[in-house]
Design a protein around this ligand. Sequence first.
Ligand code: F0G
Length: 423
Amino acid sequence: MDEFRWEKFIFLRRMLIWMKLPSFLRCSRRDCGRTFDLHDRILACSECGDLLEVVVDPGEIDPCDLKRVWKERRTSWDELDASGVWRFREFLPGYNSAVVTMGEGNVPLVRGRVAAEWADVEDLRFKHLGWNPTGSFKDLGMTAGMTEAKYTGATTVACASTGNTAAALAAYAARGGMKARVYLPAGQASANKLAQALDFGAEVVQISGSFDTALEEMLGGGDRDVYFLNSINPFRIEGQKTAMFELMEQCGWNPPDYLFVPGGNLGNSSAFGKAFIELKQYGFIQRVPKMIIVQAAGANPLARMWRSGTTELEIVAQPETVATAIRIGNPRSWRKAIEAVRFTGGTITDVTDKEIGEAKAAIGQDGIGCEPASATTLAGISKLRKSGEVPRDASIVAVLTGHVLKDTEYIIKRHEELSAQAV
Ligand code: F0G
């Protein structure tokens, strides 16, 4: 074939790959499975009340071809290609309007050396989702959620938040030309995160109580003109799942043995589980990493449930932990998260505030840094190493979810306490 015809052939083939069957919403409860139009603007199944998921059928695809296309896009200056989320758009809902993006994703996988020694493991890498535009993994979900909000004509978007979702929502709403309203538990979000939300122009509503109260109040407000962007919104999950597409790509499509993830409202672990199901189903990977969700001991409803073997979640009424990002007692995505852990053959555990502090310091010693909630991962690795559940020579990836600058007050306070103890 001459060069011109060959290029034309490749172009047509790509066009076929990109042409997808329509996506839709489906109830995530397997024994319900009711379906809805993709753009229905609903957050729960009208039949059983459970959360929804986006179903995307990528059509006829060849994993080898797509892996190459995804990699090639990293050298493109096109706005969609340059986003580490939309680079994987064959597995996302398609839009014929502009997407709201800030080049999120494409974050490195960094080897932990001091941290590995601290946790007594040999092969440890960090996927640092804190190195995103607003400093947390929320940006990955927000580009997808905000694009859907804009597509459906929303003018105001809102979320309840422990801080990071608020910062991401405020930034992406500003980019998308929408008003942002954020509901924060009064005095509980770090000053740095609050400052971001303010700087990006969000209206801040302070709620007395925890994140759980803030979420209830926001949803109970029932303002139909407002588009809600917590992780119960299935479009958020779609964006966040691409972190695992990117991770598998960075691992040469050879998954690590274990993936450690912090657990709060459990949207992220649900998103990662969805990614692994899809990547395996369509032949991108042959096996999946065991996913370990790590919660803070003072905000650990899922870990308690897992240990006790019950089938219903018992809410922690007054969650308490220094890891303010995951100070959550009533995680909404718990069913999806449990399913994800079961699918991967993983487990759920919890760690104390003291363990979180020590693990965070070890990550800092590696020159990487993270916010306290992210350090639950390393603390969890150390705990499961001590119990023998994780072998020393296992390959491990820990997902760091927030930037070290997200909670500077915690760092200063910890060092003041350490100095005081030393004298
Ligand atoms: N790590 C960080 C830094 C977070 O901000 C959060 C959640 C999590 C982990 C837990 O993720 O909820 O998907 O299990 N932060 C939310 C917020 C609740 O409002 O910023 P999850």
